[in-house]
Write a protein that binds this ligand. Structure first.
Ligand code: PL4
Length: 479
């Protein structure tokens, strides 16, 4: 007993916190019951095994990594006036980087050309829809609690009619909290035994969720590719649209048009050939149409369902994020055609409904009221005006880099401009631009090895930030 007291005193005066914890755990906190066979573990570990699929993911998710590097630069250069096209606020940076525990004062104004985050305020009619959703909740008649997990019927009908011209039925529309979340839930439905096919480069969520689901092996450090994913090369040589016949078959092809990050837009012919191929080989397409309203060129499909036969092979994810400035509001949808089937004949829609009713509890009723307003004639006109604004920014960026002699892609029917930094690694270019002219861009390497020599510029920015960024680029790269 005296020895025990002596050891406890040693622990309490010890300068090492871990030594204190260990001794106190073993001597003081030890349960008295003899049924506990082993001694408690150190307080910093448990017996829960880590999901090894997460260990396969190499670095952090791309966008928080950009925010982390930007913050590190600001810490060393506190008076820098940074431009980052597509903004990340101070709070976002704190949330994204789990190592930060305090909010850092950032220089103002923080200007942003990197992250694809909307910057324009929500226009009046759409805002009135959100406000209507709020006020209804304050009345006895208007109050609602949990809603249908698939979304309110009126919104499903309006999406089918106004955005798909009734090419899809309302019961094929599943309203959600956004495209990214739906991509993850689709992976949950597909499980670990499928092979994903991704455009290289592509939005990193397709690859990362495939890895998390256990569909892949580990990454090849030289190729920077995971085994058991089919990487479909997309480059200037094929107009950034893959030739799926040149690669091994995948079960699920993730195709994004207008494309993030390349800004390329798939033509009708390209999509017809893709649908035809998937029908031949029995594969699915997950078509990410999150940037569809940026398409202004006639006859370029805004939805995969404009292609004959697509309902036999394709699921489409979409979102109000970029249409209406809803990136923080959160409202999206996924179309699962009723005739789409797994190999055993099970309708995919049944399993998707099971996922949505189990792993989701319905989009916010306030937000769905905003979604309804988006699809009124006034709302659709407001969306058109917002997109015009960002397309004008895209034009400015595109013309700036073309004027400087770079090969530039995208930026016409898309908010992204993809600049070829021939022979350079885009992470080096990212750092160089940040350090020289304090503009945040996105390195194409973050979207896959195919993006290594490219920088992605985002048109989501206030006009004055975009103009200032263009001026700084001209200063930096003038010959
Ligand atoms: C940063 C092809 C942006 N934190 O808002 P959602 O979930 O409906 O849609 C997300 C989304 C879906 N599909 C594509 C996209 O490009 C995005 C958004 N991407 C970008 O800069 O690439 C925002 C990134 C955000 C994120 O991780 O999505």
């Amino acid at each position: 007993m005296i020895a025990h007291i002596a050891i406890i005193l040693v622990a309490l005066v010890s300068s090492s916190e871990s030594f204190q914890k260990l001794l106190l755990t073993r001597l003081v906190l030890r349960p008295s019951s003899a049924s506990v066979a082993c001694a408690p573990l150190s307080m910093s570990t448990t017996k829960v095994e880590r999901n090894q699929n997460f260990a396969k993911l190499q670095a952090g998710y791309l966008f928080p990594e950009i925010a982390r590097r930007r913050r590190a630069y600001l810490e060393q250069n506190p008076s820098a006036k940074i431009i980052s096209l597509g903004k990340y606020s101070c709070i976002d940076v704190m949330r994204c980087d789990t190592t930060i525990t305090t909010v850092h004062a950032m220089p103002s104004p923080l200007l942003f050309v990197g992250i694809g985050d909307t910057t324009m305020p929500i226009p009046p009619h759409i805002l009135s829809g959100l406000a209507h959703g709020v006020s209804k909740l304050g009345t006895k008649e208007g109050y609602s609690g949990y809603g249908a997990e698939q979304g309110v019927t009126e919104l499903r009908e309006k999406i089918a009619a106004k955005l798909y011209n009734n090419l899809v039925q309302p019961d094929e529309v599943f309203v959600s909290d956004g495209a990214k979340c739906d991509i993850s839930r689709l992976q949950l439905m597909f499980g670990s035994n499928v092979v994903s096919g991704v455009q290289d480069p592509s939005y990193p969520v397709y690859v990362d969720t495939s890895v998390m689901m256990g569909q892949t092996g580990s990454i090849d450090p030289a190729l920077k590719q995971f085994s058991n994913i089919v990487y479909l090369p997309c480059n200037p040589g094929n107009n950034f649209f893959p030739d799926v016949r040149q690669s091994p078959r995948a079960d699920v092809y993730y195709i994004c048009s207008p494309n993030n990050p390349t800004g390329a837009v798939a033509t009708r012919k390209q999509l017809e050939e893709l649908v035809q191929f998937c029908k031949e080989v029995g594969s699915f397409i997950v078509f990410d149409a999150a940037y569809a309203p940026f398409i202004r060129t006639p006859d370029v499909p805004k939805s995969i369902y404009e292609i004959e036969g697509a309902k036999d092979v394709a699921i489409e994810v979409n979102s109000f994020s970029k249409y209406a400035g809803f990136t923080g509001v959160r409202l999206g949808w996924t179309i699962v055609p009723s005739g789409l089937k797994f190999s055993d004949g099970t309708p995919v829609r049944n399993d998707w409904n099971r996922v949505m009713t189990t792993a989701f509890n319905g989009a916010s009723n306030i937000v769905q009221s905003g979604g309804l307003a988006c699809l009124d004639d006034e709302g659709l006109q407001e969306i058109e005006t917002l997109i015009d604004y960002y397309l004008q920014n895209a034009k400015l960026l595109k013309e700036t880099f073309e004027g400087l002699g770079f090969d530039v892609y995208g930026g016409v029917d898309a908010p992204y401009v993809f600049v070829h930094m021939k022979g350079r690694n885009s992470w080096d270019c990212f750092s160089e631009i940040l350090e020289t002219i304090q503009v945040v861009t996105i390195p194409g390497a973050g979207f896959g090895p195919g993006g290594t020599e490219f920088l992605r510029m985002s048109a989501f920015a206030p006009r004055e930030s975009c103009l200032e960024a263009c001026e700084r680029f001209k200063q930096m790269y003038k010959k």
